[in-house]
Ligand binder design. Structure first.
Ligand SMILES: [Zn+2]
Length: 424
C-alpha cells in the first residue's frame, strides 16, 4: 500500500501542475489573441493569466461540487454581499461602483486609467430622442456622463416622459441615477418634464437662469400663456407640467462653471430666443449646448431655420448671444431641435442671416396685410415656400412643425411692435 502511494503522490502533483500550467497557458493565449485586437486591452503575462484563473475559480467556482464546504461558503459570502448592497443608500452604491472601477485599472487599454470602456466613468455625451408626438428627430435631450455623475440637458416635455425614461433604461440608467438637470430655458418643449422627474428623484439638482426660476417653481403663468398659444392641443403636445420645489433649484446668471464629475461646463447667458436662455459649454469636448439660440436644424441636414415664439424675441440681444457663442470657438453645437451641427461659425452666420430676413418678412406682412391673421398667413406661406426650396416635402413639413411657423410670426410681430413703440 505504502509503495503504491510513493508513485501516486508525485504523479498527482505532476498532473495538478500540468493542469494549472495548461489552464494558465489557455487563458494567456485566449486573452492575448482576442481582447487586445477587439477592445484595445493590454497583453497579459503568464502569471497574470494564472491570477485570472484563480480569480475566476474564487468568484465563480466552476469545478466545485454543490453542497461542498467551499460552495456553501461562497453562497454565504454572496448572501452577505447581497444583504449589504440592499442596505446601501444610492450614494454608497455609487461610491462602491467607483472604487471597483478604480480597482480595474491596469487591465484596461493604455490610453485609459480605469475600466472606462465598460462603464460610464469616461465622459460621454449621448443624444436621447424623445420622439415628440411620435416623430423622431424633433426634441433631443443630452445625457452627460462623467465619473458616475449623470446630467440631462433639457429633459423635454411632460408628454414624452415615458419615452425619456425608456431611453435612459436602454442605457442601463433609471431616473434615480440622475444627479442634475441643466435647463437651457423653461419653454415646455425643453423643461416640461422637470417637475415629474424631481418628484421621482428628489435629489435632482435643477440648474436654471434666475429669470426662469420663478416659473419653474410656479408654472401657472407659463401654462396660461401656453394655453393661449395651443388652446386645443396643450395636453396632447406637452402633457403634465409639475412645479419644481425651490430647494432643488440651482440659480444661474451666466459666468458660472459647473463641475459634473470630471466634466466642467461653462454657463453663458444667451438671451434672444428667451430672456432667461443660457447655453452650456463643455470646453474639453468642444460642445456647446445652445438650446434654441442657434435655431432648428435636424442633424445631417444643412438647412437651419429660426424658431421665434413669443414673448421674449429680441434680435439685438440675440446678436450678442451669437457673439458669445462664437467667441468660445466650440467645435460642435448641440441643438434641442435636433442634435449636432458640426460647423458652428458657418451655422450661426447662415442662421443669423435667415433670422433677420424672417423678421423683415414679418414686418412686410404686418405692413401690407389687412389684419394680423392675414399677415400671419402671408408670413407662413412665404417662410414655408423658402423651407420647401431647401428641403424635400417631408422634411419641409417636419421643420415647419418643429418650429411652429405661426408661433414664429407671433413672436416676431410682438418684437417688432415693441421696438416700434420704444422708438416713437
Ligand atoms: Zn424649443
Amino acid at each position: 500500500m505504502k509503495k503504491k502511494w510513493i508513485w501516486i503522490a508525485p504523479l498527482a502533483i505532476l498532473a495538478m501542475a500540468l493542469f494549472v500550467f495548461l489552464g494558465g497557458e489557455l487563458v494567456l493565449h485566449l486573452w492575448n489573441w482576442l481582447l487586445p485586437p477587439l477592445f484595445g486591452w493590454r497583453q497579459i503575462t503568464f502569471w497574470q493569466a494564472l491570477g485570472l484563473l484563480a480569480l475566476c475559480r474564487i468568484l465563480f467556482g466552476g469545478w466545485a461540487s454543490h453542497g461542498s464546504p467551499r460552495s456553501n461558503m461562497r453562497r454565504r459570502i454572496k448572501e452577505r454581499m447581497d444583504e449589504r448592497w440592499e442596505r446601501m443608500t444610492p450614494e454608497e452604491r455609487e461610491k462602491f461602483r467607483q472604487s471597483w472601477r478604480s480597482r480595474c485599472a491596469g487591465f484596461g487599454p493604455p490610453m485609459l486609467t480605469s475600466c472606462d470602456k465598460l462603464s460610464p466613468a469616461m465622459p460621454s455625451i449621448t443624444t436621447l430622442d424623445n420622439l415628440w408626438t411620435g416623430r423622431p428627430h424633433t426634441i433631443a435631450s443630452a445625457l452627460l456622463e462623467s465619473d458616475g455623475h449623470r446630467a440631462i440637458v433639457d429633459p423635454g416635455p411632460g408628454s414624452t416622459l415615458e419615452t425619456f425614461q425608456q431611453n435612459l433604461q436602454a442605457h442601463g440608467i433609471g431616473v434615480g441615477d440622475l444627479n442634475a438637470i441643466l435647463l437651457t430655458h423653461i419653454h415646455l418643449d425643453h423643461a416640461g418634464a422637470t417637475g415629474a422627474l424631481v418628484r421621482e428623484n428628489p435629489r435632482l439638482a435643477v440648474h436654471v437662469h434666475k429669470n426662469g426660476a420663478p416659473h419653474v417653481i410656479d408654472p401657472s403663468k407659463l401654462l396660461a400663456s401656453a394655453q393661449r398659444l395651443w388652446p386645443d392641443d396643450l395636453q396632447r403636445l406637452f402633457g403634465e407640467t409639475l412645479p419644481v420645489p425651490a430647494e432643488n433649484l440651482r440659480i444661474l446668471e451666466g459666468g458660472e462653471t459647473l463641475t459634473l464629475g470630471s466634466r466642467k461646463l461653462e454657463v453663458v447667458y444667451t438671451p434672444g430666443h428667451a430672456s432667461h436662455h443660457v447655453s452650456y459649454f463643455d470646453q474639453a469636448e468642444g460642445v456647446a449646448f445652445v438650446g434654441d439660440t442657434a435655431g432648428v436644424r435636424i442633424e445631417g441636414i444643412s438647412y437651419a431655420m429660426p424658431a421665434t415664439p413669443p414673448p421674449d424675441i429680441n434680435l439685438e440681444i440675440w446678436d450678442k448671444s451669437f457673439a458669445a457663442i462664437l467667441e468660445r470657438k466650440p467645435s460642435r453645437l448641440f441643438l434641442t431641435h435636433f442634435g449636432y451641427s458640426d460647423n458652428p461659425s458657418e451655422h450661426i452666420l447662415l442662421f443669423r442671416e435667415r433670422l433677420h430676413r424672417w423678421a423683415a418678412l414679418a414686418a412686410e406682412a404686418l405692413r401690407n396685410a389687412a389684419s394680423d391673421s392675414a399677415a400671419m398667413d402671408s408670413f407662413m406661406s412665404a417662410t414655408f415656400a423658402e423651407i420647401s426650396q431647401h428641403l424635400p416635402a417631408g422634411e419641409a413639413e417636419h421643420y415647419a412643425f418643429s418650429a411652429g411657423l405661426n408661433l414664429s410670426f407671433l413672436g416676431l410681430a410682438r418684437y417688432l411692435r415693441k421696438r416700434a413703440t420704444a422708438a416713437s
